[in-house]
Design a protein around this ligand. Structure first.
Ligand code: UDP
Ligand code: MG
Length: 308
């Protein structure tokens, strides 16, 4: 019989974990595979680790605990790296990823035509409207800017077979954007859709700032278009400046040189230096990513794990 590893990244999930554990146990016996649960404690500051220690007394339940919060991407990478199953699936601890889909996912992979089964939300019910608005904007922009398809509403809830897991692990970059990585490596993926579910307990771990940083990550990891854009801005502004110089020379020759006009000058200085700072910012983003990559730091550090 094949085995399935369920990877669960947890950051301050003491409220949601008991619900998750109870719910998932109802489904795993029904699956035509042997199941291993692998919890990744991503530097939680609440009682998450205590709960995981308790869970791990049972057979087939393991956990890893990071030395600090490394972020969900790092937790997912660690999960893939440590997973021993023939199939691996990511699930959130808050039951927003319905476990009843697991059976369909396993059966699809067992047939052998697909390498992975991914899920996407068709609605964003229960999410703050402003967050939905910016999420939609993000997916529209990244679709235009990047060659790698990033599906709108795609969740991290995804099951993969061994060859796909190994492919994902072969991309060892420090700045990880998994949604892009999954498309970049190729393989056959089947998409399942479902309606958004509210969190069972606890609060979302993604602040607006965190999501903004995540979006920047996506752009700089999967598109070099912003760099081209900054050159384009530069060229357009040089052209405008050149035209303006011509206009001013001709005007002076015809009408003489009245001393008025400094307010417009100040406006132009502001505008041009704004564009310069913008372009410099874009360059800085890429440079900082390159800097971090060259350091070759580990993606995560494990402080504690259960012994079996
Ligand atoms: N998570 C994590 N590290 C983080 C942030 C989140 O491991 O730094 C986990 C979190 O515990 C949860 C999953 O990632 O299991 C999804 O987080 P959340 O439900 O807060 O995100 P949302 O569903 O609101 O997008
Ligand atoms: Mg959630």
């Amino acid at each position: 019989m094949k085995t399935l590893t369920i990877v669960v990244p947890c950051y301050n999930e003491e409220e949601a974990l008991p619900f998750f554990y109870k719910e998932i146990k109802k489904y795993i016996d029904d699956l035509p595979v042997k199941v291993e649960l692998l919890f990744i404690n991503d530097g939680s500051k609440d009682g998450t680790l205590e709960i995981l220690r308790k869970f791990s007394k049972e057979k087939n339940v393991n956990y890893l605990s990071f030395s600090r919060n490394f972020g969900k991407e790092a937790a997912m990478y660690a999960g893939l790296k440590e997973a021993t199953g023939d199939y691996v699936v990511f699930m959130d601890a808050d039951l927003q990823d319905p476990p009843k889909l697991l059976k369909e996912m396993v059966e699809t992979l067992e047939e052998g035509t697909y390498d992975s089964v991914a899920t996407r939300r068709v609605t964003r019910k229960g999410e703050p409207p402003i967050r939905s608005f910016f999420s939609k904007l993000f997916y529209k922009l990244i679709a235009k800017f990047s060659n790698t398809d990033i599906v709108d509403g795609a969740r991290d809830y995804r099951m993969m077979n061994r060859s796909m897991v190994d492919a994902v692990l072969s991309l060892t970059e420090y700045n990880r954007f998994s949604k892009g990585i999954f498309t970049w490596i190729g393989f056959e993926t089947k998409w399942i859709t479902y309606e958004n579910l509210p969190r069972v307990a606890g609060k979302t771990k993604w602040s607006f700032y965190k999501l903004f940083k995540y979006a920047i990550e996506a752009f700089t990891s999967f598109s070099a278009t912003p760099l081209v854009l900054s050159s384009l801005f530069g060229i357009i502004f040089c052209f405008i400046a050149f035209l303006m110089i011509l206009v001013i020379i001709i005007r002076t020759l015809i009408f003489g040189d009245p001393t008025s006009g400094w307010p417009s000058l100040v406006c132009i200085i502001f505008l041009v230096s704004g564009v310069q700072l913008f372009c410099l910012g874009i360059m800085g983003q890429y440079l900082s990513k390159t800097y971090l990559e060259t350091k070759k730091r580990p993606i995560y550090i494990v402080k504690e794990r259960n012994k079996k």
